[in-house]
Design a protein around this ligand. Sequence first.
Ligand code: ADP
Ligand code: MG
Length: 681
Amino acid sequence: MRERVPKSIYKSVKQVQAGEAELSLEVAEVVANAMKDWAIEKGATHYTHWFQPLTGLTAEKHDSFISPTPEGRVIMEFSGKELIQGEPDASSFPSGGLRATFEARGYTAWDTTSPAFLKEDNTGVTLYIPTAFISYHGEALDKKVPLLRSMEAINRQTIRVLRALGNETSKRAITTVGPEQEYFLVDAEYFNRRPDLMLTGRTVFGSMPAKGQEMDDHYFGSIKERVADFMRELNFELWKLGISAKTQHNEVAPSQFELATIFNSSNVATDTNQLVMETMKKVASRHKLVCLLHEKPYAGVNGSGKHNNWSIGTDDGQNLLEPGDNPQDNAQFMLFVAATIKAVDKYAKILRMAASNAGNDHRLGANEAPPAIISIFLGDQLQNILEKLAGGSPSERNGGEKIELGVSTLPKLPKDITDRNRTSPFAFTGNKFEFRMVPSSESIAGPNVVLNTAVAEVLAEFADELEKGEDKIAVIQKLVKKTWKDHKRVIFNGNGYSDEWIAEAEKRGLPNIKTTVEAIAELISPESVALFEKHKVFTREELESRYEVYLEKYCMQLNIEASIMVQMSNLQIFPAATAYAKVLADSAAAIKNAGGDASAQAEVLKKISTEIRGLKSRTDELEKEIETAKGGSDPFEMGKAFRFRVFEKMQEVRSHGDALETMVARNYWPFPTYEDLLFRL
Ligand code: ADP
Ligand code: MG
C-alpha cells in the first residue's frame, strides 16, 4: 500500500485502521484502484467480498473487474464503492430470523484492518477482500462483526486502564491470537468408502485395534514421506497467501498433525485460520489425502482441538500480559493477569458455550483434553506471587520473602512453564494465555468474542476504581488482592482428567456444563445478554438469533450422523454379518456331517447371531428416536432430544456394530477399518 498510493492516502487509511477516522469515498477510490492494478498485474480477473456467515465456513461472490464502456469496449474497473460495500444474495445464509424475507438483503463491508489477498484456483486468480456481513438494519449476520465489536470493547477499557495508570502514549489496545490447529489426514481411497466420514467428518462405527499405538512405528516410514510432501506444499500455499505457518507432525494420535501460525490481531488471525483450514483441505486432495478437521473423527483415539493463544497488546508494542522489567510494569502486568482470572471465572459458562459444538461433545469432559470444567493454570511461580500479593500463604519452597507491587521486581517467569500441565483448559504461558478448549473445526471468532468482552467488562470495573483512586499502586494492590480472594477457586494446577477434580470443582462451585445443548442455552442467559449488550457486542436479538441458528445446526448434524448410522447398519453391516453367519452355518453343518468338531463355528455363529439381533433392534429404535426428535417444534427441546435420546441410542447401536467388526472375517467387512484409516497413509 505504501508503495502504491500517495502518502496522504496511505496516512488516511492508517488512521481508519487505527479507528481514528472514518473511511471516505475519495480514499476508498484511490485504494480500490491501487488494489485492482496490483491484482491485475498478478493475473487477477475477478474480485470477491469474502465473509464468514454463521455456517462456520467462508462465503464469497466473484465479480469481474470488466466493465463495458458506452463505445462498446471494456475497461478493467474497481471502484471505491465496490471495495467498501457489496450486496451478496444473503437469503441462503442462516440468520435465525433476523432477516425477514421482505428485507432479505445483507451487506458486506470492507474490514480495513485485515489484508486483502490473492487466491488462485481453476477459474483463475481472484482478489479477496475480507469483509463483515450485516443486515439492512445493521445486525450482525456473521462471525466477524461481533469479533470487531469485542476488539473495540476491550480496546476502550484497556485504554481507560492505561490512562488511569498514567500512560498517555499508547493509542490503541489490540488483542492478539495465535491459533494452533490440529487435524488428521486419511487416504482418500479409504475415506471414500466410509459414508460416515464423507458426510459427517467422523466415524459412527469402528473400533481401535488393541495394539493400535504400536503399529504407528511400523508404518511410520511410508507415512513420513507422503505427509512431508503434503506439508511442504501446504506451507508453500500458505506463504503465497501471506500466512506464516509452521507445520509439524507431533500429535498424540497416529495420522494426527498440527499447524501453528504466527500470532496476529484477533480479526486477522481469525481470517487466517479460516484460510488455513480451507488450504489444508485443498492441498490434501492434491495428494489423494483427505484432511479431517472434525474434533473426534475416531472413537477411542485422541481428538483434535485448537489452542487459542491470546494476549492484549498496544499499538506501541507492549504486551500487557508480559511481566515487565521494573516494578511499575509488573504492577500493570499483575492487574491484567487479575482481570483475566476474574473474567474467566465470572463468565466461565459463556466461555464454555463458545467452545462447544457437536464434535467437541466427544472430547470435553470425555476423558480427553481438556475437561468440560473451566479452570486456569498459572504455574507455581505466578501463583506464588499472586498468593503473596494477596497476603495468602506463600509456599514453603520459595521462602517467605515479601513481594510488594510497585516496589519489588518479580522473579523471571520461565516461558515454558505450562508444558508440565497439558490438561488445563486455560493456561498462562509466560506472556499470553492459552485457551485450549476451542473446537478444531470451528472459526476461532466465537471464543475470542467472549474472551475479549469478558475481560473488557472486568477492565471496566478496574478502570472505575483506578480513576477514583489517588495512589494507583495501592488500588492495584487492592484489586489484585480482592480478585485472588474471590476468584482463586478457578485456579487449578492438578490433573484435569481425574475424577477427584470433578468432585473438587463441584465443591468449589465451578460450573461443569457437559453438553453443547446446555452450553448453547448460556448464550441467552440474563448474564450473557447484560454483558454483551453493555459492551455493544451483541444485541439481545442478535443473541437470540444465534441461539436458534446454533441449535438448528446442532440438531442437523446429529440428524445426519444418526441417519448415516442407520443406513450403514441396515445396508452394510447387517448384510455383511448375515452373509458371514451363513458361511459359518454352512461350514458348521458340513463339518458336522463329515464327523468333525464344529463347536467352534457354532460358538462364533451364536455370538454373531446375538449381535446381529441386537444391532437390528437397536437400529430400529434409533430410527424411531430420530423421527421423534425431528418432530419437535422448540429448538432447545429438539436439541435435548437429539442429545439425550438419539445420541445415547447411537452408542448402543455402535456397540453391536463394533462387536461384529471383531468377529466377522475381514474380507466380509463392508468398509475400511480404523487400521486402514489410521495407519495406511
Ligand atoms: P509453544 O511452545 O506452544 O510452541 P509459542 O511461543 O511458539 O509456544 O506460541 C504458540 C503460539 O502462540 C504461536 O501461534 C504464537 O504465534 C502464539 N503467540 C506468541 N506470542 C503471542 C501473543 N503475544 N499473543 C498471541 N499469541 C501469541
Ligand atoms: Mg500450545
